[in-house]
Write a protein that binds this ligand. Structure first.
Ligand code: SAM
Ligand code: SF4
Length: 327
């Protein structure tokens, strides 16, 4: 079992399989990075699996594959199958922009994928294009339908931004509600890679918009959940993710592996250790895993209301890209 210095059990691994992406979301990767990391420097699926196996042996029970866009990396089903064949009760999930999902979902499910989170920030063709620089709304919606049809557990992720999609909160809510799939509204997080003009919409405003139509109540907090959950009068459950709120840190159970092999203890903390030099030895891999868990910080180093943290150390806008860490 992996226990960090603050007595938190770490049992959730997020693996970014590539930093590449077929979208240019304005809050994540508005421009292509000057150069992609060369393919030779990216972990192979076999190398990722070596580390994943060690993590499972040490108590990881939940794995999420993410990116960049994980579906642009060929044969993702092979990695899923390796994990499933090793331990078929792992809670194995994927986060995707949905563009390539329709044609892959059956293959992914057959390989052992259990759940899929699909990002969708607008139901308007023009806004969708503005946000992603891809004429892809229809394909993403087809991906969502295909995932539901395949019997997957589906959730939607929506980043809410002022004067861009905050007028679509109820529309997106009802889109999810009609399909009986959970939607989670995520507060936009400033970062050095995002388009500078983007502005966060506080979660209170999202809740206020939904409350104009529906009567909502907050559900008890689920341990380890990044989302606060709410239920409306029809029993429809939706979530709010407030990345700046460090109350979530008290029960944070996750670590992240980047496609380049960086093992990252916290999304909002710059330190990490690379696993590549340890890849030939299970013992060395286990040592790196334990070292990173030991160094997991108590809480995130972000704030959007002040430049200071609670303990008065300066908080900075992260330079770590979402397409690198996988969000
Ligand atoms: N490409 C996949 C996708 O978009 O779902 C997976 C990777 S993406 C980095 C993972 C999640 O991070 C997405 O739901 C995306 O909306 C979210 N994300 C990216 N940049 C963000 C930001 N600046 N603030 C909040 N969420 C962000
Ligand atoms: Fe690509 Fe996902 Fe980032 Fe959008 S949020 S640019 S889809 S990695």
């Amino acid at each position: 079992m992996l226990i960090d210095s603050f007595n938190r059990k770490v049992d959730y691994l997020r693996v970014s399989v590539t930093q590449r992406c077929n979208f240019r979301c304005q809050y994540c990767m508005p421009e292509k990075p000057f150069e992609w990391t060369p393919k030779e420097q990216i972990l192979s699926y076999e190398e990722m699996f070596k580390f994943i196996k060690i993590s499972i042996d040490n108590g990881v029970t939940k794995i999420r594959l993410t990116g960049g866009e994980p579906l642009v990396r060929e044969d993702l089903d092979k990695l899923i199958k390796m994990i499933y064949d090793y331990k078929n009760d792992i809670d194995l999930a994927l986060t995707t922009n949905g563009f390539l999902l329709k044609n892959q979902i059956v293959k992914l499910k057959t390989a052992g994928l259990k759940r899929v989170n699909i990002s969708i920030d607008s139901l308007l063709k023009e806004t969708f294009w503005y946000l992603t620089k891809k004429d892809a709304l229809e394909a993403v919606q087809e991906g969502i339908e295909a995932a539901i049809e395949a019997g997957m557990i589906v959730k939607l992720n929506t980043v809410v931004m002022k004067d861009i999609n905050n007028n679509e909160i109820v529309k997106l809510y009802e889109y999810a509600k009609q399909r009986d799939i959970q939607i989670r509204f995520i507060e936009y997080m400033e970062n050095e890679n995002a388009l500078e003009s983007l502005k966060t919409v506080p979660s209170a405003e999202v809740l206020q918009e939904i409350s104009k139509r529906y009567s909502i109540e907050e559900l008890p907090v689920k341990e380890n959940s990044a989302a606060k959950l709410f239920k409306d009068e029809h029993g429809f459950v939706f979530g709010i993710i407030e990345p700046y709120d460090d109350s979530f840190c008290k029960t944070c159970n996750r670590i992240r592996l980047s496609a380049e092999g960086d093992l990252i203890p916290c999304l909002y903390y710059e330190d990490s250790l690379n696993i590549k030099s340890a890849i030939q030895s299970d013992d060395k891999l286990e040592a790196v895993l334990k070292e990173v868990v030991k160094n997991k910080p108590e809480k995130n180093k972000w704030s959007h209301t002040t430049n200071q943290s609670l303990d008065n150390t300066p908080k900075e806008i992260s330079s770590r890209a979402f397409y690198f860490t996988g969000g």
